[in-house]
Design a protein around this ligand. Structure first.
Ligand code: BGC
Length: 753
């Protein structure tokens, strides 16, 4: 008996061995073969139906692979601040998994405010690891739409108003994420600069503005960052929806920039089969099942790039050239992601990830004002600390739209402050005002009960009384992630702070001189009380470690080094889109009710052209409340006199500027050396300065460093729309070096031959 079993076992082994010897892997699975060959092999094995199936969603966030060939499905996820919780197959609502909570990283505005490329890589690497662990292949982010108006509800998900800063900060994020075998999907390409009318508007922008302001971050993302996918936007450009747009996708992205990756539609952004086939889209998501329009049976078969496409091919009305191109791109993506056997396994909520989130938060917080050095809090004097304001106790990772998260934990500002100061000081809280008590998104509950029915007067009195009986008063307010605040789908209705906060702040400023306002927001806000408030911190949405990052800055454990990635105008009308441009759209068309549906879209003309943000303020000499690039420190820095390595350069030369920077204070800290270029005389209107280089420098007290920044003619060029090329005109230029767009410390003149 034993013998028999042993012999049978031996036989099995031998036959398995000989089978393995005889089996040759099909080329598409053979890792020793070049990817192009594997792609061609896979393509040659696929039926027409299998190819078409790959081009569109099969659920809210996934698209099919080729089951017969073992080519896996693609699983996408939002993006961009953490990995979104699992939703139902066909609905936005929660799937109810219990293993899908993650770390929330600071919002992209905060990342951008670090002006530190290293932070951006750390961010991408950590986030990519979480995406990988959650078995995601495509992360729907980062967002790089330029900050045109402070009302845009989605500014918090983007990187500010400057194309250069955004370009430099987005590239390491992409590389970090993709080092995990997870693709990024840089979004929303292009011209989605407001939420209002995002599905029903047509943006009119001149070519120069398009190329100088709105396209550079996308170009950097695909040409330098090599983002494996890119997401088309909802809005129209030249009368065509961006996700099926000949100009944006074919002419610019795929031809001019040579993009070989995958164009993903925004969810529900496709509405025309012919355009989707011919104008450069590769992968369609969210068209039905209440993505944008209504649900229908067998929804996914009815996608524009599904049965309608198949029918057109079968009837001979369209060929298969576009189809094969799209599938080739998707297969290439598969070899980098789903079929990449070398990709790491990832991890979620490691100590490293928490540290990354905390550090980016600390580096991103911007000290806007600190008269009389109210901050850092003097631990010897602070026996009683008053914390006032709803944002000290409100969960901010739930809400805001598609970037909403389900987190392992979120440290609230009040808790962060208590755990940092609680040993030495009595930390007391008063609400001050009631703003928004909601705390739910797509079925994720914040779990907080923020109901408070006391009157505004009673809340205010309680806050002022507490302030008067304290040594330090920290107000934590700002905006939140509710509809019409910092949230997807709608814009803010006004520039001011909501919920009576201006009154509360003004009263607290009168009550105590050791007073600091901490603004939690992703947007600029009006500050009518600014003269009376000594200290203001701009704290963005900082994710899981929010409270700890804030407390660390308040205590001076970390020295603030963030710089604003966008201008804070004094009033809304000072912003160029509001003064010159059309927001939220053409006035007459607005009055005539346009923009209500896709049949009656509204035009939005960017009349301000290239004069966006500080380009407008500085050229027009409109003093902002706080300028682009602004941010203070607990120490002081001195800039030396800048030098250039030559006085004249030719078109193919580079020029290097060097400046000495010294920490002249008593605390270690970091300063951002910012290089702006001014074209002294030009044949076209140019901004008085444009950012073309920056470097963050860490210095101990008394330490000094030489910082060198090299540029070439691209930093001197403007986009000549007629010639359709970048032109650097010979003549005199100035390199302006400082620590904010309105604080230039040293200048060097040079000439381009
Ligand atoms: C948003 C995208 C998001 C997608 C999927 C869309 O409404 O605009 O940014 O990635 O939904 O959630």
């Amino acid at each position: 008996m034993l013998k028999k079993t042993a012999i049978a076992g031996l036989f099995t082994l031998i036959s398995a061995y000989s089978m393995a010897q005889n089996t040759t892997l099909p080329i598409y699975l053979d890792e020793s073969k070049p990817v192009e060959q594997r792609v061609q092999d896979a393509l040659s094995r696929m039926t027409l139906e299998e190819k078409v199936a790959m081009l569109h969603a099969q659920s809210k966030f996934s698209s099919p692979g080729v089951p017969r060939l073992g080519i896996p499905e693609f699983w996408t996820t939002d993006g961009p601040h953490g990995v979104r919780p699992e939703v139902m197959w066909d609905e936005w609502n929660q799937a109810g998994w219990t293993n899908d909570s993650v770390i929330a990283y600071p919002a992209l505005t905060a990342l951008s405010a670090t002006w530190n490329k290293k932070m951006s890589w750390n961010y991408g690497k950590a986030l990519g690891e979480e995406a990988r662990y959650r078995k995601k292949d495509i992360l729907l982010g980062p967002g790089v739409n330029i900050y045109r108006t402070p009302l845009n509800g989605r500014n918090f998900e983007y990187m500010g108003e400057d194309p250069y800063l955004t370009s430099k900060m987005v590239v390491p994020y992409i590389k970090g994420v993709q080092s995990n075998g997870v693709a990024t999907s840089v979004k929303h390409y292009a011209l989605n600069n407001q939420e209002m009318f995002r599905h029903t508007s047509n943006v009119i922008v001149d070519d120069r503005t398009l190329y100088e302001i709105y396209l550079p971050p996308f170009k950097a993302a695909v040409t330098e960052g090599n983002s494996w996918t890119i997401m088309g936007a909802y809005d129209m450009y030249k009368g065509q929806y961006a996700s099926q747009n000949q100009y944006l996708l074919n002419d610019i992205l795929k031809k001019e920039w040579g993009y070989k990756g995958v164009v993903v539609s925004d969810w529900g952004a496709v509405n025309n089969t012919e355009q989707a086939i011919h104008n450069g889209l590769d992968l369609e998501f969210g068209s039905w099942t209440n993505g944008l329009s209504a649900g229908t049976k067998n929804a996914y078969d009815n996608y524009y790039l599904a049965k309608p496409y198949l029918d057109l091919i079968k009837s001979g009305k369209v060929g298969t050239k576009e189809l094969d191109d799209k599938v080739t791109r998707l297969l290439n993506l598969a070899y980098k992601t789903t079929m990449n056997t070398k990709k790491p396994f990832g991890n979620v909520a490691s100590e490293e990830h928490k540290a990354v989130a905390k550090e980016i938060g600390e580096e991103g917080i911007v000290l806007l004002k600190n008269q009389g050095n109210v901050l850092p809090i003097d631990l010897n004097k602070a026996k009683r600390i008053a914390v006032i304001g709803e944002n000290a106790i409100k969960i901010m990772t739930v809400g805001g739209g598609s970037s909403s998260l389900k987190v392992k934990y979120e440290t609230l500002p009040l808790d962060g402050i208590k755990s940092r100061f609680g040993k030495q000081a009595d930390v007391k809280f008063a609400r001050g005002y009631v703003g928004d008590i909601g705390g739910e998104y797509n079925g994720v509950q914040s779990g907080q009960d923020l109901k408070d029915e006391r009157s505004a007067d009673i809340l205010l009195k309680e806050a002022v009384d507490l302030a008067k009986n304290s040594d330090y008063v920290i107000f934590v307010g700002g905006l939140n992630k509710s509809d019409f605040q910092d949230s997807e789908g709608n814009d803010r209705k006004s520039y001011g702070l909501p919920y009576n906060q201006d009154n509360v702040i003004a009263a607290l400023a009168k009550a105590h001189k050791n007073f600091a306002v901490v603004l939690v927001s992703g947007n600029a806000v009006a500050m009518p009380w600014i003269k009376d408030v000594p200290t203001v911190l701009q704290s963005w949405y900082l994710g899981s470690e929010a409270g700890n990052s804030i407390a660390s800055i308040l205590a001076g454990d970390a020295n603030p080094s963030g710089k604003l990635p966008f201008t804070f105008p004094v009033k809304l009308e000072d912003n160029s889109a509001h003064q010159l441009g059309e927001y939220p759209g053409n006035k007459e068309e607005l009055a005539a009710g346009k923009g209500k549906d896709q049949k009656n879209p509204i035009n939005i003309k960017y009349n301000e052209g290239i004069f966006v943000g500080y380009r407008w303020h500085d050229t027009q000499k409109i003093k902002p409340l706080f300028s682009f690039g602004h941010g203070l420190s607990y120490t002081t820095f001195k800039f030396g006199k800048a030098k250039a390595d030559k006085t004249t350069i030719s078109q193919n030369d580079t020029i290097t500027f060097t400046v000495n920077i010294k920490n002249t204070g008593k605390k270690a800290g970091a300063e951002v050396v910012q290089l702006y270029i001014n074209d002294i005389k030009s044949s076209v209107p140019r901004p008085s300065k444009e950012l073309k280089g920056f470097e963050k420098v860490f210095l101990n007290p008394d330490e000094e460093k030489e910082v060198s920044i090299t540029i070439d003619k691209t930093a001197l060029s403007f986009f000549d729309a007629e010639k359709h090329e970048w032109v650097a005109e010979s003549g005199d230029f100035e390199a302006l070096i400082g620590n904010s767009s309105d604080a230039i410390k040293t200048k060097v003149k040079f000439t381009l031959k």
